[in-house]
Design a protein around this ligand. Structure first.
Ligand code: NAD
Length: 355
C-alpha cells in the first residue's frame, strides 16, 4: 500500500470483511485536517483487488481536494465495496457496511457514489448516523446526483464563457459520456438551456431515454470523447482522458462530472498545449457533496446550499484564468490551491512544541 502511486500520505486505510454478508470493502481516509473525512461509497467489480485499493486512494485524495476547494468543513475519504453483490445479499451487506462505518466513530462520513443508491444508504443509516444522502428535509439532502449535475452545468457555463466567448448554452453542441445519476440529470440541465446533445452509454436503454426526452443524438461509446462538438462532458468513470484521447479530441472544452477524468499529468498537459480548456473535475462536480454536507450538518438553509453551488462558476473561472495567466494546466493549478488550503489547516492544528 505504501508503494501505491496514489498513497499520498493517507491518514488511515481500513479493510473490511464480513463473513455473513460477504462484504469486502476498503475505506480510505486521506485527510481529516479540515474535518471528518467525507466522500461517497462506490460499488464496483474490479478486475484485481489492487485496482480497488488504487481507486479508493485516488478517489479519497480527490475528495480532500474537492472539499477544500468547495470551502466545506470536511476532510477527504472514500469507500469502495468490491462487487459483484448478489441481489439477495445486498441488504445484509449494506447493514454490515453501516455497522463498520459506525465503528469508525465519525472518522469517515459516507454517501452514494457509482453503483450505490439512496435505498442502500437508507439501509446504512439504520446502523450509523455517519451517513448522508439519505433523506430530503426542507429541500436539503437525498440523492446527490441532481445537485452534482447542476454544479457541473454551472462550471461548464463558466468554462464555455472563457474558452468559447459564449454567454449562453443555446445551440452549443455538447457530448455527454455516461447517462447515470449525474450524466442524465446534466442532460436535463443542458437541454433546458437549448444545448444540442450527443450521448453515449454502455446501457442502451439510457441512450434511448435521453434521445426521446432531450432530442439527443446517439453516439458510440468508443468515440464519444472524440465527437465533433464544442464541449465534452465525461460523466462515467475516471481515467478516460488518456494522452491518446487528449491528442485526438476535437472539442474546445472538457467539463464533466466524472471523478479523476485526466488519466495522467501528461494527458492534462496535452489538453493544455492544444488549447483545450479543462474545467477541473472536482472543482465543478462538488454540488452533490455541498448538498449532502448540508444534510449531514443540518445547519444550513436550502437557499444557502443553492448559493454555494452557484459559486462553483466563479471558482472555476478563477482557476481557468490563473491557468491561462501562469501558462500551466488547470488541473495542476487546482491541485496546488487545494493542497495550500489543507496545509494551512494542518499548521493551525499542529501541537505547540515544548519550550
Ligand atoms: P452512475 O453509476 O449512476 O452512472 C454511470 C453511468 O456511466 C452508467 O449509466 C453507466 O452505464 C455508464 N458507463 C459506464 N461505463 C461507460 C462507458 N465506458 N461509456 C459510456 N457510459 C458508461 O454514476 P453517477 O453517480 O452518475 O457518477 C458518474 C461519475 O460522476 C462517477 O465518476 C462519479 O464518481 C462522479 N461523481 C458522482 C457524483 C454524484 O453525486 N453521484 C458526485 C461527484 C462525482
Amino acid at each position: 500500500m505504501f508503494q501505491n502511486p496514489f498513497f499520498d500520505g493517507h491518514e488511515q486505510v481500513v479493510s473490511l470483511y464480513d463473513a455473513g454478508s460477504g462484504l469486502r470493502a476498503i475505506i480510505a481516509v486521506h485527510s481529516t485536517s479540515l474535518g471528518p473525512a467525507a466522500g461517497g461509497c462506490r460499488l464496483w467489480s474490479y478486475d484485481q483487488s489492487g485496482d480497488a485499493l488504487s481507486d479508493a486512494l485516488r478517489l479519497s485524495r480527490g475528495m480532500s481536494y474537492k472539499n477544500a476547494i468547495a470551502d466545506l468543513p470536511m476532510g477527504g475519504g472514500k469507500a469502495v465495496i468490491l462487487g459483484p453483490v448478489p441481489p439477495e445479499r445486498r441488504e445484509a451487506l449494506f447493514e454490515a457496511f453501516g455497522r463498520a462505518i459506525d465503528g469508525l466513530g465519525g472518522l469517515y462520513i459516507t454517501a452514494e457514489d457509482v453503483g450505490v443508491s439512496e435505498k442502500d444508504m437508507a439501509v446504512v443509516a439504520r446502523h450509523t448516523r455517519f451517513v448522508s444522502g439519505v433523506a430530503v428535509q426542507k429541500g436539503i439532502g437525498g440523492n446527490p446526483s441532481p445537485s452534482t449535475a447542476r454544479g457541473v452545468r454551472i462550471g461548464l457555463e463558466a468554462a464555455a464563457k472563457l474558452a468559447l466567448a459564449r454567454n449562453e448554452l443555446e445551440g452549443m453542441r455538447i457530448a455527454v459520456q455516461g447517462l447515470g445519476g449525474v450524466g442524465f440529470n446534466l442532460c436535463g440541465e443542458l437541454n433546458a438551456r437549448g444545448a444540442r446533445l450527443v450521448v453515449a452509454d454502455i446501457a442502451n436503454a439510457r441512450v434511448e431515454e435521453a434521445c426521446d426526452l432531450f432530442g439527443a443524438e446517439p453516439a458510440s461509446t468508443d468515440d464519444i470523447l472524440l465527437a465533433d462538438v464544442d464541449v465534452v462532458a465525461p460523466c462515467a468513470l475516471g481515467g478516460v482522458i488518456t494522452p491518446d484521447v487528449a491528442r485526438k479530441m476535437r472539442a474546445t472544452v472538457v467539463a464533466g462530472g466524472a471523478n479523476n477524468q485526466i488519466a495522467s499529468d501528461k494527458a492534462g498537459q496535452i489538453l493544455f498545449d492544444r488549447g483545450i480548456t479543462y474545467a477541473p473535475d472536482y472543482v465543478i462536480n462538488a454540488g452533490g457533496i455541498i448538498m449532502v454536507t448540508a444534510e449531514y450538518l443540518g445547519n444550513t438553509e436550502s437557499s444557502e446550499v443553492d448559493q454555494a453551488i452557484e459559486r462553483i462558476g466563479d471558482r472555476c473561472a478563477r482557476i481557468l484564468q490563473r491557468s491561462r495567466s501562469e501558462a500551466r494546466p488547470s488541473h495542476i493549478v487546482a491541485d496546488e490551491m487545494a493542497r495550500a488550503i489543507i496545509a494551512r489547516a494542518q499548521n493551525k492544528h499542529r501541537h505547540p512544541e515544548p519550550a
